[in-house]
Design a protein around this ligand. Structure first.
Ligand code: TYD
Length: 133
């Protein structure tokens, strides 16, 4: 599976800590879009299960209380984000959703493409057919 962790520099001093990222440096693409998901309800885990044809994303939970689930058509895996300077890179054509988040969790997503519904692969059979090609 091509999911990768992106570990950002952490600058800590007596005031606290600071991490940062830049387009085409820590973020492995040109940033086209940033969105965030909040007021999350655990009953609605399945809402975001989909893959993308082309969009690559980097995702982070601002207060870390979330499990990310992935399926590349061959294997399924789950990861928890545990460090405030570690983000997760999701390439295109990986099915994903998130679960076990707290009400306060804010998921921040940085994307390589502008929003386009045509880029979504929502149907699981369509996804499997695409992976087989
Ligand atoms: P989305 O979470 O993709 O829908 P779903 O719950 O069906 O998976 O998006 C919810 C709504 O927000 C939908 O009307 C599309 C819109 N949207 C944008 O306009 N821009 C975006 O970047 C995203 C992620 C969603």
């Amino acid at each position: 599976m091509e999911i990768k962790y992106i570990e950002l520099s952490k600058k800590s001093d007596e005031r606290g800590s600071l991490s940062f990222m830049e387009s085409n440096k820590e973020i492995p693409f040109d940033i086209k879009r940033v969105y965030y998901i909040y007021d999350l309800k655990n009953d609605w885990n399945i809402r975001w299960e989909h893959a993308h044809h082309e969009t690559e994303q980097v995702i982070f939970c601002l207060n870390w209380k979330v499990t990310l689930w992935f399926d590349d058509g061959k294997e399924k895996t789950e990861i928890k984000i545990g460090e405030p300077n570690v983000w997760v890179y999701i390439p295109a054509k990986i099915r994903h959703y998130m679960k076990d988040f707290s009400d306060e969790c804010v998921l921040l997503v940085i994307a390589s493409k502008y929003y386009d519904e045509a880029d979504y692969i929502r149907n699981y059979n369509d996804f499997i057919q695409l992976i087989k090609k």
